[in-house]
Design a protein around this ligand. Structure first.
Ligand code: T46
Length: 140
């Protein structure tokens, strides 16, 4: 699906000494990182997200447990099961997202290209559809 991609991170495996996964902005992560946040303690049955961003790019990594991410445009929809420390989901601008099925004690880490800015959010689906049709060249 256009606008998203899965990234497999490099792992330095030192056997019984453990594993190290480095994430460098502009190298492993396809943008400079300006913000980091994490989502925890999401109860069973809760669904979060329900929005798109006009410009923000993000990479989501499930550091512990698992979570499903539904990503959607006016022409495509996909569900990604995030359940690995070495897997990142890149989400570009103008992609609707919803996160659900958080396992107990799931930790969802998010690396973001910009500082928090509420005016970058589109939280109304009808408004999103209008903007997204233009963005993806689906109507005049
Ligand atoms: C996204 C998904 C994956 C801040 O004050 N600063 C921040 O950096 C963020 C991300 C949120 N907030 C405040 C705004 C709300 O009052 O935290 C509250 C919860 O945010 P929101 O309802 O947007 O959370 P989610 O889980 O629906 O969405 C978040 C991100 O906002 C969003 O960019 O892509 O995680």
């Amino acid at each position: 699906m256009d606008g998203i991609k899965l990234i497999n991170f490099n792992v330095f495996d030192n056997g019984s000494n453990g594993r190290l996964t480095p994430l460098e902005g502009g190298i492993d992560i396809p943008f400079e990182i300006n913000r980091i946040y994490y989502i925890t303690q999401v109860q069973k049955g809760v669904r979060r997200g329900f929005h798109s961003h006009k410009e923000l790019q993000q990479v989501l990594i499930c550091l512990h447990g698992s979570v499903k991410i539904m990503v959607k445009t006016p022409v495509a929809e996909q569900v990604i099961d995030l359940n690995s420390l070495t897997l990142g989901l890149y989400i570009g601008p103008m992609i609707w997202r919803e996160m659900y099925d958080f396992s107990p004690e799931a930790v969802l880490l998010v690396l973001a290209s910009r500082h928090y800015d509420e005016s970058d959010y589109i939280r109304d689906y009808l408004e999103y559809n209008k903007f997204a049709n233009k963005y993806f060249g689906l109507e005049e």
